[in-house]
Design a protein around this ligand. Structure first.
Ligand SMILES: Cc1c2[nH]c(c1CCC(=O)O)Cc1[nH]c(c(CCC(=O)O)c1C)Cc1[nH]c(c(CCC(=O)O)c1C)Cc1[nH]c(c(C)c1CCC(=O)O)C2
Length: 354
C-alpha cells in the first residue's frame, strides 16, 4: 500500500525515514538515533531561550516549543525530534493545580486520594491544548523528512504524581490506593487513560509521526500487580490510537521483569533501560516488536573511547533484532556535555551505515 492511500499514518514526507522503518522492522540505511530528554537540559541554546520563562509557560508558547524541539535536531543530527512538553501538561490543561519546580519536578497542590478528588479530573478536549496543535503544525513544516515523536505520560506514572502530590521514591500513597481501594484505583487509571489517549490523538492528528508512552516509574511494580492494576489502562491508551497506524513506543525504567507485558499492552516498539541487554530484552518481549535503547546515560560522562566501546556493546547486542532504534536507557542528564551526544550520534550512524 502506498503511503498516500492510507486514511491515516505518519505524514507522507517522513514515511521512509530510518526511524519509522526501524519501528516497522524494515531494513534501514543506518540505525536511527534519538535521545529521551534531548530537548532542553544540557543545551546552552535551550537555557538561553528559556531564560526567565517558567517551564509550564514555555510549553504553551508554540514558537518557543518549535525552536526548542528543533535545537537537538540541528545540533546532534538525530533521526527524530521529540515534541517539547512535559507529561503533566494535559493535567494542567484540564485545570489540575500543579507546577514544575526546578530541580524537583511536578508538584500537585491537592493530591488525588478520594472519589471526590477523582471527580475533579475532567476529559481533555483539543481546545484545551490548542497550542500543541499550533506548535506541531509549525514543527512538521520545519522538520521536513525528520519525524516528530509525540508523547504522553502513562496512567500509572501520572497517577503516581497525582496521588503522591509530587515525585516519590517509594510510591507509598499510590500503592496504598492501588491495594486498598482497587475500584477507585481502576476508575482513576481509566480516567487518566482517556485523558492520555485524547492528548496523543491531538498530537497525531496535528502531524506527529510516532508516539511514546512514558511509564517511567512503573518499574516499582511486580508483574502480577502490573498485569492486574495497570496494564488494562495502558492497553486502553494504545487501542485509542491504534487506527492511526503510527508506531507506538512504550518505555519505563527498571522494567526488566515487565518488558513482555509492556509489549503485550499494545506497543509496536518497547523501550528498554540499560539494565537488560537488548538480545535478552528481545527474548523477553518476543517476536513482532522493535526495541529502543539502551546505553546507560551515565556512560556519557566517561571518555570518548569508553562511550564508543559501550555504544558498540549496545549495537552488538542489537545485531539480531528485527528493528532497533538507538537511544539512552533513560533521559539526557542536565550536566551532560552536548558534544558527547553529537559524537555518539555520528558514531552509531557511521558504524551501522549499510
Ligand atoms: C517523569 C517525567 C517527567 N517529565 C517527563 C517524564 C518522563 C520521562 C522520564 O522518565 O524522564 C517527560 C518529558 N519532560 C520533558 C520532555 C521534553 C522532550 C524531550 O526532550 O524528551 C519529556 C519527554 C521536558 C522537561 N521536563 C522538565 C524539564 C526541566 C525543567 C526546566 O528545564 O526548567 C524539562 C526540560 C521537568 C520535569 N518533569 C518531570 C521531571 C522528573 C522533571 C525534572 C525536574 C528537574 O530535575 O528539574 C516529570
Amino acid at each position: 500500500m502506498n503511503a498516500n492511500d492510507r486514511p491515516w499514518g505518519p505524514p507522507t514526507q517522513t514515511y521512509d525515514s530510518a526511524f519509522l522503518k526501524a519501528c516497522r522492522r524494515e531494513p534501514v540505511p543506518h540505525t536511527p538515533v534519538w535521545f529521551m530528554r534531548q530537548a532542553g537540559r544540557s543545551l546552552p541554546e535551550y537555557l538561553k531561550v528559556r531564560e526567565g520563562i517558567p517551564m509550564l509557560e514555555s510549553c504553551m508558547r508554540p514558537e518557543l516549543v518549535t525552536e526548542i524541539t528543533l535545537q537537538p535536531v540541528r545540533r546532534h543530527k538525530v533521526d527524530a525530534a521529540i515534541y517539547f512538553s512535559d507529561i503533566v501538561v494535559p493535567l494542567k490543561a484540564i485545570g489540575v493545580d500543579l507546577d514544575i519546580k526546578p530541580g524537583v519536578g511536578p508538584v500537585v497542590a491537592d493530591p488525588i486520594r478520594t472519589r471526590a478528588d477523582l471527580d475533579r479530573l475532567r476529559d481533555l478536549t483539543p481546545e484545551d491544548v490548542h497550542y500543541v496543535t499550533e506548535a506541531i503544525g509549525m514543527l512538521t513544516a520545519e522538520l521536513g523528512e525528520t519525524p516528530l515523536i509525540g508523547f504522553a505520560g502513562a496512567p500509572f506514572t501520572l497517577a503516581s504524581y497525582l496521588v503522591e502530590g509530587g515525585p516519590s521514591r517509594n510510591h507509598e500513597h499510590t500503592k496504598a490506593l492501588m491495594y486498598g481501594d482497587p475500584q477507585l484505583w481502576a476508575d482513576l487509571l481509566d480516567r487518566l487513560a482517556d485523558i492520555t489517549g485524547a492528548f496523543l490523538k491531538v498530537q497525531i492528528e496535528a502531524g506527529a509521526s510516532a508516539v511514546q508512552l512514558f511509564d517511567s516509574w512503573v518499574g516499582a511494580l511486580a508483574p502480577a500487580d502490573y498485569r492486574r492494576s495497570v496494564m488494562p489502562a495502558s492497553a486502553k491508551v494504545f487501542r485509542e490510537v491504534e487506527k492511526y497506524g503510527v508506531p507506538r513506543i512504550h518505555f519505563g525504567v527498571g522494567t526488566g521483569e515487565l518488558l513482555g507485558l509492556m509489549g503485550e499492552a499494545g506497543a509496536d516498539v518497547v523501550g528498554v533501560d540499560w539494565r537488560v541487554p537488548l538480545d535478552e530484552a528481545a527474548r523477553r518481549v518476543g517476536p513482532g516488536k522493535a526495541l529502543q535503547g539502551n546505553l546507560d546515560p551515565a556512560v556519557l560522562f566517561a571518555t570518548p573511547e569508553v562511550v564508543e566501546e559501550k555504544a558498540r556493546e549496545v549495537l552488538d547486542a542489537a545485531a539480531g533484532l528485527e528493528g532497533h532504534v538507538f537511544n539512552l536507557g533513560h533521559g539526557v542528564l542536565p550536566s551532560m556535555d552536548p558534544d558527547a551526544l553529537t559524537r555518539l550520534v555520528d558514531y552509531v550512524h557511521t558504524q551501522t551505515a549499510r
